[in-house]
Every structure is written in C-alpha cells, then in structure tokens.
Ligand binder design. Sequence first.
Ligand code: PEP
Ligand code: MG
Length: 874
Amino acid sequence: MTKYVYAFDEGQKDMKDLLGGKGANLSEMKRLGLPVPDGFTITTEACIEYLKNGEKLADEVQNQLETQLAAFSERTGKAFSSNDHLLLVSVRSGAKISMPGMMDTILNLGLNDENVEKLAAKTGDARFSYDCYRRLLQMFGEVVYHIPMSAFDTYFNAYKQSHGYENDADIPAEGLKEICEHYKTVYIEEVYKPFPQAPIDQLREAIEAVFKSWDNDRARVYRDLNEIPHDIGTAVNVQEMVFGNSGPKSGTGVAFTRNPVTGEAQLFGEYLLNAQGEDVVAGIRTPKDIATLQAQMPHVHQAFVEVSEQLEAHYKDMQDIEFTIENEKLYILQTRNGKRTAKAAIQIAVDLVDEGVITKEEAMHKVDVKSIDTLLHPTFKDEALEVAEVISKAGLPASPGAATGKIVFSAEAAQLQAEQGEKVILMRPETSPEDIEGMIASEAIVTTHGGMTSHAAVVARGMGKCCVTGCSDLEINTKEKIVSYAGKTLQEGDMVSVDGAKGDLYVGEIETTSAEHSEAFEQFMQWAEDVARLNVRMNAETTPDIEAGYQFNAKGIGLVRTEHMFFGAERLVEMRRFILSSDDATRKAALDKIRAYQTEDFEQIFRLSGERPTIVRLLDPPLHEFLPKSEDEIQNVAQQLAIPVEKLNKRILELHETNPMLGHRGCRLAITYPELYVMQAEAIMNSVAQLQQEGIHCQPEIMIPLVSTVEEFKILQTQIVEAIQRIETTTDQTLHFLMGTMIETPRACMIANELAEVCDFFSFGTNDLTQLTYGFSRDDAGKFINEYLNQQILEVDPFQTLDVNGVGALIKMAVEQAKQVNESIKIGVCGELGGDPKSIHHFNKMAIDYVSCSPFRVPGAILATAQSVVESER
Ligand code: PEP
Ligand code: MG
C-alpha cells in the first residue's frame, strides 16, 4: 500500500521528492531535536494522483489523513473539537523546489463560530481569538475560493476609518467580531456558499486547494522559466499552530544565517512582536532588525542564534529560517537553503571552504553559472527600474549588460555619433556583418527579429556588449527613424536604457551599479580551474575582447573570426576591389594591401596571446556579404573603384546565391580563390615570425572552415604549407604552427578518421553543425523554434543547448574516430554551445580538450567545467 501521509518524525532531509523541500526539512529538524511544532506531510505522489484523477482526493489518501489526524491528536493531546485543548493548524504548500506562484499558507485552520469562543475562553483574550478568526476567514477565502483580497480589505479599511482606529491592534474584540460576521457574508456574495464550519472540511478543502494551485498559470510560467518539470507535484504540510500574535511576549520573523546580499557572515533578519507570519511580509508594520531581539528577549535571541548555527552546520549552507515566538518560547517553522545574489553566493562559498565546512569541490555547486554573468557587467539599480517606463519586455536576453544611450537606426549613424562622443543604442530590425563597426561604436544593440544565435546576438556576446534581440512588440521604421511601442513612438536621439540580462527596454537613463571583482571571486575561480578537466578558451579578435578574456583566465583563443577584419572602411574597399576586378594586377595589389592590414592585426592579436595557443580561422562568409546593397551604396562603390555601375550590378548578380549559407563560403572560397587563404596564412606567419624575433614564441593554429572532404583540406594545406615554407626561407626562421579544421558539416563527422590523419586539431563549429544536421537555417529558425518548444517538439533550442541524440551523437562519434587514428589530435568546441553549461556537461564526458566561447562567458564556462567534474564523480 502506498504511504501518502508522513508524520514529521517519519521523514528526513533526503526525502524532498516525496515530502517536498519544506516537509523534508521539517522532518529533519524534528529529528535533530529542534523546537518544531508537530505535524505531518501529505506527499507529492498524492498531489500527482489527485490531478490525474480529475481533482478527486483518493479514498486511500482520505483514510490515511484521518488515521494520521487521530495519531497527531494523540501526540499533541489536542483535538479540533476539544474545549480545553483546542487543535488549530497551519496548512502550507511545499514543492521539491520552492516555487512562488502557488498557494502558500493558511493559518489558524480549525477555527469556526464555536471554536473561536473556546479559544477566547481558554486564553482569556477574545481580541486575540477573533483576530485569528478574521485572518483565517480572509486567507481561506482568498486561497481556497479565490475571493479577491479587496473584497475583505476594502471593508476592513473602511471599518477602521469609520471607527477612528489607526492601527489594526486598536480594533477591540467586539469590532473584530463584527468584521468576522461581515467576512462570512462575503463568502455568500462572492461564491454563493458559506465558510465551511467543520474543521475537517476546512482541512480537506485547503489540501485540495494546494494540489490545484500546482497547475495554475503563474506556477506553470514559473516552472517553464526555471526549467522545473510539470509532473513532480507539490506536498502539503499540516502543522500545529503556534501564535506569534498572542501578546507582547510573542512574535514572528525570518532570518538568514548570513547576509544574502553581500554574503557577510552575520545573522541577517527581521521580526515583529505580536504578529502572525503575513504581517512581516505585508509590510504594513516595519519589522525590527534581528539584532534588537537580543535586548528585548535575550534568551530567545540566544536560542535562535544556536539553532541557526546548528542548522547551517548541518545543511552546510546558508539557511533561510522562519520562526515564531509564543510567550517567550522559540519555535522553528521552516528552514531552507537561502536565495542569494551572485556576489553573496561567491563570498559564502569561499567562506564555507575557509571555515572547513565544505570542500572546494562542494563549493562549485553553491554558485549558479547563470548568475556569474551579473558579476561581470554593470546592472541597473532595482529601485530605479521600479519607476522606469517600460518600452518592451518581449525581447530575448541575448547578451547581458546595462546600457543607456541615444537611439540610432543605422550603423553609420552609430559610428558618426559615437565619434562625436555620444553614447548610442543601435536599434535595427536585424544586423549583418556590415554593421560591425556601428555595433562596436554602440553601447547596446537591440533588434526586433532574430533569436539568441542571430548575428546581433553572437557578435554582441563576443564583444561582451549588451544586446536584446527579437523584441517582437516593437516596430522599427529605419526610413522615418522612429520606433513604435504600445501606441507611442520614440525618435532618433531619444534616450533609452537596455537591460541585456533580462531582455528589457526602458525610456530614459537609469542609474547603474558597476561590476567589481572581489578577492573572493578570484579565489573561487582559481578553485574552479583546479577542479576542472576541460580548458576554456575564448572566441575573440578585438583588443578589448581579448584583454577581457585573458583577464577572466581564458587559456588561449579558440576562434579568431577573420572576416571581421575585412569590414573596416579602408579594408572593405580593397576587398571589394579584389572581388570585383577582373584584372590580375589590380587584384594582386588589393590583396597586398589586405595582407598588410591583416599582418598588423595578427601581430596585435598574437602579442596579446603571447605563448598561449591561438586559432585563426581563415575567411568563412560568402563573398556577397562584402558587396554593396542599396542603390546609393552601389553608386558610391562604382565611383570609388572606377567601375561602370552596370558592370558592378552584373557582378553582384553573378555573386548572388539562393542559399548563401550552403553556398560559396568557407573552404570552398579558397578552392576557387586560392590566393585568399594563402594571403591570410602569410599574414599570420609574417606576424608570428616578427614576434619570434622579439623572443615571443607564439602558438598559431591555422583553421580551415566548413570542410566536408579530405581532398579540400589536403589541397589547401599543401598551398598554405608551401607559402609558410617560403616565409621560413626569406626570414631564415623555423616557424611552428598547427593546421586543423572546423568540423561543421555532418559529412566531416562521418569522415573524422580520414580528417584526423591529416589534421593537428579539430574544432567543432556547433552553430553550423546544428544548422546542417537539422536543416534549420540559423538565421531563420527564430520564426518557428518557439512554436517547436511550445508544442514540445523540441525540448531545447539546439542552437543554445546541445541536441544530445543528434548533433551530440555526431560529435561523440567523430571524437572517438579521430582519437583512434590520431591520439594526440587536439579537440575543441567553438560554437555557441561551447559556453553553455548544459552542453559543457556533455562535452566533459567526451575526449574533448577545451571549449571556447565569448570572453564574457569564460568565467561561467570555467565554473560549468568544474561542476561537470564534481557531478561525474558523485
Ligand atoms: C560555428 O559554426 O559554430 C562557428 C563557430 O562559426 P560561425 O558561427 O562563425 O559560423
Ligand atoms: Mg561556422
């Protein structure tokens, strides 16, 4: 027979699945001998069955409830019907993971017209007794029958006002009695049925209300947001009441064993005398600092300090404790691991290790990878956000940060205004590689289209720049230079603020707090590196990005995307000259110029990298991305390059591709234009030779993208090696380098053994590999992927989190094959998945050496790699 109801002394802390977090911890505290009011828990299994059975409490659950209630009465010596030993209980929900949005608490359950008099007689305090009753009537009405709070509050406040009572505590017993009478009529008016007088009916209805609240909309939304499964149900805790509102020697409060904002190791909390739980939360009376309890009730304070120390030592983590004082006796009503800011999480983890409470390995799971981001970027002040006007909350949090600036609608305007010292926010329907300089010049980028792996998102994350994509509720008119939202418009030059961590936009300038790195942060990250197996490199090519990545302890560069080096104004002209000219001499001259620019750029990159490995990927995008698009631009370029407009248009037409992502790009470019890759390889190795003369021994790793046959690789490898040999001859130096390929096509995975024979390294480009495995265009998938997630066709967006069975299986197979033929081959991952914690857990299980991600994702990735090791050893 399934056991659905557990007395507190039958459970323990490991039974969270069945008893929920609250129930398991109440049991555990009971076992530890702490002053916990007695009670019992109805299991999550009972909830799951209740919902499955069409919201009907099974007979077996009802039977066990009655049996447990009798045993409970026996233990406490109290009963719902007793005159002298009246039983009153609280009913509280408690899922495995604490979850706002569900029904929470009903206090004083068991009171009715008869029992309220008994309680008054027993305590000799009719005011207290009726105060409890009116609270029950209101809470029960709200949470069980969904009567609006205002139906009670409006009357209560009007009553106070018309009788001249300033505080709740001024209302005498008679007044509260009158209020209770009125509250009962509210039931009839609102739900056409009376307040249930039988305590057992109250209890049953309250339990059912908790079960039902598991499925309400708010709870579902919360679970979706926090990736909590929908089928685990909630437990219900029924606990004997203790009364914090039974006089001046009673009270109630909440305390954290350490400061949840800063992490400081000091008790942090508040309490109210003569109050019940909801008074503290409601904020009508201002609670007092827990420290003042020492003066008011020294014994109780001392007892609480001891309990909090015991609980923290037992749970090996900062605790969030609810307590009640009844006539100077302390009761503990709940304990759980306390929620905390990222800053506090790091401080607490480091302190707990220093205090010898936990190991470095255990510390790794005390900090949430996602929260690390908030430590690296400035954030808006919460108080300021509360009063700010919202423009949009529909966008995706593509790249964290808090940025403020004037709206611009084009990359050119961004650059122009930034040059004049303005801070600008670039707003576009979407961005493309040619917007790169405008993006660099902007404080933040906002797009109305595109998802988390759109061009804007990837590039912005790479730059550590604040970015919000897919604000579908905004309309951007780049011609008129206006953006419309909720019936209003903003124009170029208007000030807005962008919260990249949340995906929100606000009108005006909002105050920020800046990121700082504490000693604790440095220490914690050092431990993470000690624990981790996988290395973490960065994807970066600009000086600020590379510097940021190395500051975060990246172990090298996993991807320099060289195409970004072609988009500076002077370079673009030369690139266009190369593409558009049919005359060999002109093309060669253009390439010579580009080579010189690139040599300078690479020298800068290798200087920053020093002797750390640096992968340079040779040119990847289709050539048409370098060509002008609008008519004005075409006119300008024709003039600049002295080509007739017709000829230019003809060439543009020739280069047009129907599916450019599957077209003439990656290594295919170099098969038709070998001089492009040779030029780039020369630029790389010229700069390496230069640095070698200065005594800096770089580790260049030359990477050929989008390979799908070994022949492609071999042909290009031969040309590149010959070019490097020529440099060795002219500079009279031996130059060391590795050559490898990106694995981005499913075919490359299938022939990984052949490729591994000729490659020194592989780097999985999971953006393209996902695109090509699914056949989902990464630029267009935003149009349908949400619907796929809604309909649960996909569990996760495969561009953000590894598709284990498809793309993951291809990678696993390729890694195994490669290592079989070339044991020393270095293998990395440089697509967006390289910075995703869940994907990293899978990569950690394969013979992969490192992951590579945007500089600002490096600390999070380091922590994720450490957590994977700890998890796999559990
Ligand atoms: C990839 O395809 O995963 C990759 C890193 O290359 P890009 O995003 O530049 O196509
Ligand atoms: Mg790619």
